[in-house]
Design a protein around this ligand. Structure first.
Ligand code: SN0
Length: 315
């Protein structure tokens, strides 16, 4: 594997999931097999799971890892081509990416959508500049439109718990006090469809994902109808794609609660975290025996470790 920006970098999803399940069973199997390699984790935005699980993943492989909060300790970066840099941005990504890439063997980057300009976010300005200028492989730790390590961890979680080959998986929009990116929902939709699960996406009108991400998922505007017979409920808030970055609804009726979970086929509850309790999901549901949120977060080590290993060994 040469880079991990999106699902398009995965040749064979089924075998990748198998590799992930192997790593989960035996996390130290590869320790020490990669010698003298180093990883840099670059954060332009906050993180808890991504930061810690990626460090654990590198440590499980015996690979050196450095974390750099660009926003807190680095120069402000300019990403625009041809910019006249007479403002507060001291360094262009063209130099930064080449320099960082000369210090490490793999560079992983988090850069959220700014939710101001759809064209700029959906052109993946930050990640595409790193992919272009960084001389070593780049890994996506959530970019403006995608969060593939999360989606890979989600698939490992579903594979561990599914009772039928093609479970009914429901991605449900839920309310939130802030405008959030579509990245998690976009990747979850692509990866679950590639895995050939039976995917339904439910949200209020106006929250349709970009067509290239919703693909052939069933869209159901009636949340209760969507939940009927579901094996997995995956809750996530996102802001509008069509009215870009806007909050169109704060309808509390969309919160996932016990009454709605009772409509499902004893579904497992999933969320990528962090989650706003009693806004996105009720305490009773997230604290129930059917909640997989902690296992899902634990599987973030597995997804990162599998990808780092493949890239550093160029497998
Ligand atoms: C991010 C998102 O893309 O939705 C990261 C999820 C892995 N989530 C948030 O920014 C939540 C912040 C909040 O205020 O709840």
């Amino acid at each position: 594997m040469k880079q991990f920006f999106s699902i398009d970098d995965v040749d064979d999803l089924k075998s990748l999931i198998q590799e992930g399940l192997e790593v989960k069973k035996n996390p130290f199997k590869e320790k020490g097999s990669i010698r003298n390699k180093s990883i840099c984790l670059l954060f332009l935005n906050p993180s808890l799971r991504t930061r810690l699980s990626s460090q654990r993943a590198a440590q499980n492989l015996g690979v050196d890892v450095t974390v750099f909060d660009v926003g807190a300790g680095g120069w402000q970066l300019e990403f625009a081509d041809g910019a006249v840099m007479n403002g507060n941005k001291a360094e262009h990504v063209k130099e930064a990416a080449q320099v960082i890439g000369s210090y490490f063997d793999l560079v992983a980057i988090r850069a959220f959508a700014k939710l101001e300009d759809r064209e700029s976010d959906y052109s993946e300005q930050v990640l595409s500049q790193f992919l272009k200028h960084c001389p070593v492989p780049v890994v996506n730790l959530e970019s403006s439109t995608r969060h593939p390590l999360q989606a890979f961890a989600d698939l490992i979680t579903i594979e561990t718990h599914k009772k039928i080959e093609k479970p009914k998986v429901v991605l449900t929009w839920a309310p939130h006090p802030r405008a959030l990116p579509q990245a998690v929902a976009n990747s979850f939709s692509l990866w679950t469809q590639k895995a050939e699960y039976d995917l339904t996406i439910t949200h209020p009108e106006g929250y349709e994902l970009a067509p290239e991400f919703s693909g052939n998922a069933h869209i159901e505007y009636d949340q209760e109808k969507a939940f009927e017979g579901a094996d997995f409920i995956y809750a996530k808030n996102w802001s509008s794609y069509s009215d870009y970055g806007k909050i169109l609804s704060e309808d509390k009726n969309w919160m996932v609660d016990e009454a709605k979970m009772n409509l499902t086929n004893d579904a497992k509850f999933m969320h990528c975290l962090p989650v706003r309790r009693n806004v996105v999901v009720s305490d009773a549901v997230i604290d129930s025996a059917n909640s997989l949120v902690i296992e899902e977060a634990t599987n973030r080590i597995v997804s990162a470790q599998t990808i780092f290993n493949k890239i550093l060994k160029n497998e």
